[in-house]
Design a protein around this ligand. Structure first.
Ligand code: FPP
Length: 241
């Protein structure tokens, strides 16, 4: 048994396949520690690595994190630039590591709204890891759930798909998450209990777990609690046995 004994003891079918996380509370964590917001985001970005390693150790295959929303552009220019720098640094630093560990990295969101150098970096990391399949890591950047649906509808219209052929699968296949299973479990940290325009279509039947911890303080043990809570739930997908 490894370090996540309680999760490892669960029958495989009780584990979530896909965990999505709204990383919230970096700013409040920084304030509480008397450090800059940047330091909060830096510590939060480091924690993404810790938590994705823990998920890999637990045998969970998909992680999607909400790193930058379409609304986050409203923050100060200094904060926006710092977050963009962190994302760039993360991609540069983790490309080799992802290839070595068989991890596929994808970015969800409207990439056309990002700086050209970040777009090029994303394209490079996505292409270099496209064939990898032991863990799937998605970053939502310049992402909004409504905007994603709007872009999907736009593409469906451009492809002139006949209205009577537009099924739910056609819509799913035009979203940024095409080919990725819907999240089984959504975690939001920092005590806020709302969806904030994240994966609106994909979260239709997901289980939600709210932690009062700020994201930089959210540990692999807290993750373990979330997984155990999920494993104890009865999912009915709208039906009844
Ligand atoms: C929420 O905290 C967090 C964000 C808006 C950004 C999340 C981004 C990161 C953790 C860094 C991104 C980099 C990588 C590599 C994933 P908040 O600032 O809204 O916190 P507050 O509500 O307490 O102010």
């Amino acid at each position: 048994m490894g370090q996540y004994e309680r999760v490892e003891k669960l029958p495989k079918e009780r584990l979530p396949r896909h965990v999505a996380i709204i990383l919230d509370g970096n700013g409040r964590w920084a304030e509480e520690h008397g450090v800059s917001r940047s330091k909060g985001h830096l510590t939060g970005a480091e924690n993404v690595e810790t938590i994705s390693d823990a998920l890999i150790d637990m045998g969970i295959s998909y992680l999607t994190v909400y790193a930058f929303s379409t609304e986050n552009w409203k923050r100060s220019q200094e904060e926006v630039s710092y977050l963009m720098m962190l994302l760039k640094r993360y991609l540069i630093k983790n490309k080799k590591d992802a290839i070595r560990r068989n991890i596929r990295i994808r970015v969800l969101g409207d990439k056309s709204g990002l700086a050209p150098d970040l777009q090029a970096l994303i394209a490079d990391v996505e292409q270099s890891t496209a064939h990898l399949n032991s863990f799937y890591l998605q970053f939502a950047i310049n992402y909004g759930g409504r905007d994603e649906i709007r872009r999907a509808v736009q593409r469906i219209a451009e492809e002139k798909i006949s209205p009577n052929l537009i099924t739910e699968n056609v819509i799913s296949d035009h979203l940024d998450t095409a080919g990725i299973p819907d999240p089984d479990l959504l975690i939001r940290t920092s005590g806020e209990e709302r969806i904030s325009n994240f994966l609106l279509w994909q979260l239709a039947y997901s289980e939600f777990y709210f932690s009062s911890k700020y994201w930089p303080d959210f540990t692999p043990q807290d993750l373990e609690e979330a997984i155990l809570s999920y494993a104890g739930r009865q999912r009915r997908f709208g039906g009844r046995k």
